[in-house]
Design a protein around this ligand. Sequence first.
Ligand SMILES: [Zn+2]
Ligand SMILES: [Zn+2]
Length: 496
Amino acid sequence: MAPTLFGMHVQVESPNTGLSFEVGVPSNSSSGELRIKDAKPYLVCTEDCPNEHCGLKLHARGPGDVLFSRTKALPAAGGIPVECQSCKTRWNAARSSFRQTTAVLKEMRCPLSGHRWEHVIEPLDHSGGNKILVNKFAYDIGEPQRWDVIVFSFDQWKNYIKRLVGLPGEKIDLVYGDVYVNGRIERKPEHPYIQSVLWKKISDSSVREGGLSRVKAWKEPKGVGVGAWQELADGRWSITSAKSSEPALLEYQRGLDNYIPYNSLSGNSPRHYSVGDMKLGFTVRPATSGGWIGAEIRDGDWTFQLRLPTGKPAPGRPAVLERVVNEPRSDIKNPLKLRHPAPGIFQEKEGISLRLNEESRIDLVNCDDCLIVRLNSEIIFSLKAAEGYVTVPDVGNPPPPADHSQYYLRLLGNRVNANVEEIEIWQDIYYTSDYGGRWSHGIQLEDESFFALGDNSPSSSDGRFWGSVPGDNMLGKALLVFWPGWPDNFQLRFIR
Ligand SMILES: [Zn+2]
Ligand SMILES: [Zn+2]
């Protein structure tokens, strides 16, 4: 059978946001036979959930967790009580709305809102969701560059498509999701557009939600100037911060781990890791001058804080970027070691401010041990080669699992009235250093051999598992790339 770029999958729609994403269906790669554990015959109700804030379409349960069964006949007359597996709404459904199917019931998590529900996944989808998009790789013969997507043969039967990460003679480390080459961080370039392809949006305040998620995206943490931030309609916020020495905080509440919905049906559940490489973007419109609006990213050892003055630029009121070193926590048993023992940083710039009653777009980008701040697309701060930034960090083996107390995102303001909207969070690709229980920290490549990784790192069979690729097996550079299972990313892109 021909190799596949995009494996067997089904479309799953989030009942909370309406976003549709792909979930891979495990299959035997040579025979194409589906390999889903626990697929069983079910009787399902095909009536939409009557709750207008919920969009779940297939239901397999009644009140009291009763599973509709093929063997027990449904009552001949009257409605059949159904309980929504997303919002718990109960209603009586028509008998004619039931049909038989083979399915798995699986807890799903909406990639943009974190809402969890039990989804009826039918591996043999009636809507024809199973697709193999490409069954023949197209590639250019030529010398591939790092980060190119490459096509190579690895055994006599199969061609593979992966991203080229390591070149002949190099030593490769994967630490905290990032790639280190010969002991130094290897940053993904913006041109050609590698990094932009690998950003993955995990939150967007402009996306309308049904309100089903138990955890609100943004909330004021307890105690600190509570009440200054107010949620308005359509995911917008306002801040009214009185004269106070402490800034008013708004903190992101949902997961910052490396969850990938595409892998929901793969048998093994990989460990989740916290992802500190994040981009926070928001649009602000200040109504008062003399105060400031800012943002904060905590990435393990370090907290970065940005403060931008509002109103006309004035002497003595500079824009500020600060890096604070967080001491390892003493209240937990195995505190994270400081990855980068390095001093704090304080930078200030005069002449930069947020104009009154005008919209400004701010991006705080923390990626691959580099911090950049953009104001209306222009870079105003950049920390790239600061001390302690670039070398392989001293890490335990393997790294600790997700610890959310070490990672957060905040918006903050002081002595200011302003509106904030279009708050978006993106995550960098996170290369896990373990695969199938194997630890692959530190790989020395021979001459003429390459190291390749899949973009779907938690479940990609790649160089972490089978080592390096001999140069003779390289076929060329792929012409298409894809990112599976993410609403914004499911598109094939031509590589120029
Ligand atoms: Zn519902
Ligand atoms: Zn990174």
